[in-house]
Ligand binder design. Sequence first.
Ligand SMILES: [Fe+2]
Ligand SMILES: [Fe+2]
Length: 385
Amino acid sequence: MAADMNKCSPAPPPADIAAHDRSAVASAIKPNMKKQQHEEEGDEEWLRYLEPSKLEVFDQLEPWAEANVLPLLKPVEAAWQPSDMLPDPAMLGADGFHAACSELRARASGIPDAHLVCLVGNMVTEEALPTYQSIPNRFEGVRDLTGDSATAWARWIRGWSAEENRHGDVLNRYLFLSGRVDMRRVEGTVHRLIQSGMVMNAARSPYHGFIYVAFQERATSISHGNTARLAGEHGDAALARVCGAIASDEKRHEAAYTRVVGKLFEVDPDGAVRALAYMMRRRITMPASLMDDGCHAPSGDLFAEYAAVAQQAGVYRASDYRGIVEHLIKQWRVEELGDGLSGEGRRAQEYVCMQRGFSSGAASYRSRIYRTFVVYDSECTTCCM
Ligand SMILES: [Fe+2]
Ligand SMILES: [Fe+2]
């Protein structure tokens, strides 16, 4: 039975899958009551953004999106692919491939456990892309209604997803080749995360949604960028290149979404600032907050541990959250909004501007998460629960 297993031992072999899955699947697919409750709070406020007068804005902005957002995607011919970054047996031949893999493993051995755990967390997050492609496809007024819609919004969604798809692929391949992580447990964690979905406020409102993704793209750019820098400092140039390429993509995506929200601030400042205040009040939940390795829950919280390790390692800190809020407020010139704001809009503006300088502390504790994913030479004897 799964409950009797040493939960920090290597992931179960295929023969154990059926027994393991009976309890795991049951808990993973049960309705997320917390989220359901969450969606009901404040509904009337964001549901107003689904009225035709608000959604028409996106029809009117489509030519603008064609000219200003779509060019931020890279043509396939100019885009990097995972094969450009890591040893390719077809190109190197057997001997060359083995030599390149040995070198990769030697370099990877210098990456500290904390950074490796952050990398796993980033990889798990990226690999849950099916969940993220459905984010903008929930936004009324911009979603891809047919699956191959020719609108600028729909083409952006598909093009953005295609670029994102390389991120999980390349990180997965690096971690596999590094030989330093329990890939089966990592893969199970990805599996569970996609099953669980994600928590997001006002999920169908394009105003709130674009604010969310603008924030997230900047957060991921910071996280991958810091990982690249730290990998370089520890002598792993290949990993630095991988994470640097991802960070650069995230930066372009951030530019696109920040531009969309900037346009909303231009054409509907009252609606935009109220949506921003709504999102700030509830804080931006990270997309992988439901991450579950199958042995932390219900008494532990894997994502909280990942966040604490990222804080300690300098990969993504509480101060980064604050920095993103400050950056976006500045980008969207929230303080300068004047004419055209309703009373509610002015209160929202005040609230948002008050968020500057807000700081949240992150827990500092030695994490069991190392034992969950990192493969050590010696056998793990301490259970993670
Ligand atoms: Fe990404
Ligand atoms: Fe991105």
